[in-house]
Design a protein around this ligand. Structure first.
Ligand code: GTP
Ligand code: MG
Length: 174
């Protein structure tokens, strides 16, 4: 059905959080520019990019994306970026149990200090590195379910599930 009267233009503040090196900047680069950078530099402070997608009902969603720095020295800045965010995407690396523990830390922090109606997405990135996997799909799924989050595994390298991640978030917007 194509009802132009139902179409909307949404603007959404989205923040990416997670350990340094899990691939946050690569996910954004893949989503916004369709590229992958194997020599991606660590983010300093945070970087901002935006990207608009169209949904099937002709609603457009403009994601205003804050890609935060995962290094510990920047942790105190995080509230500046997640404050007022409608969506938080919390990323870990499926080859790193430490990064999965860090993701859980961010979930708790957002549950305490994020907007009460924030949409939380849990992302297991680097799904192309199956042979080095340390965090099972089940671990990710169960943790996300317990915490009322949306869960997906992605690869910024192969582009697997990157568009799907943002489309699924868009579907969950009020
Ligand atoms: P900070 O900015 O320090 O918080 O790190 P980050 O989470 O932004 O990590 P970044 O995107 O810079 O990626 C870190 C490293 O992981 C880079 O060498 C990337 O090329 C690599 N990388 C990112 N995503 C993937 C992926 O899906 N698969 C593989 N194999 N490597 C990836
Ligand atoms: Mg980065």
């Amino acid at each position: 059905e194509n009802n132009a009267a139902d179409s909307k233009n949404l603007r959404v503040k989205l923040v990416l959080l997670g350990d340094s090196g899990v691939g946050k900047s690569c996910i954004v680069l893949r989503f916004v520019r369709g590229q992958f950078d194997p020599t991606s530099k660590v983010t300093v402070g945070a970087s901002f990019l935006s990207q608009t997608i169209a949904l099937q009902d002709s609603t457009t969603v403009k994601f205003e994306i804050w890609d935060t720095a995962g290094q510990e020295r920047y942790a105190a800045l995080a509230p500046l970026y997640y404050r007022g965010a409608a969506v938080a995407v919390i990323v870990y690396d499926i080859t790193s149990s430490d990064s999965f523990a860090k993701a859980q830390y961010w979930v708790k922090e957002l549950q305490k200090h994020g907007s009460p109606d924030i949409i939380l997405a849990l992302v297991g990135n680097k799904a192309d590195l199956q042979e080095k996997r340390k965090v099972s799909v089940q671990d990710g799924t169960e943790y996300a379910e317990k915490n009322g989050m949306f869960f997906i595994e992605t690869s910024a390298k192969t582009a697997d599930n990157i568009n799907e991640l943002f489309e699924e978030i868009a579907k969950r917007l009020p």
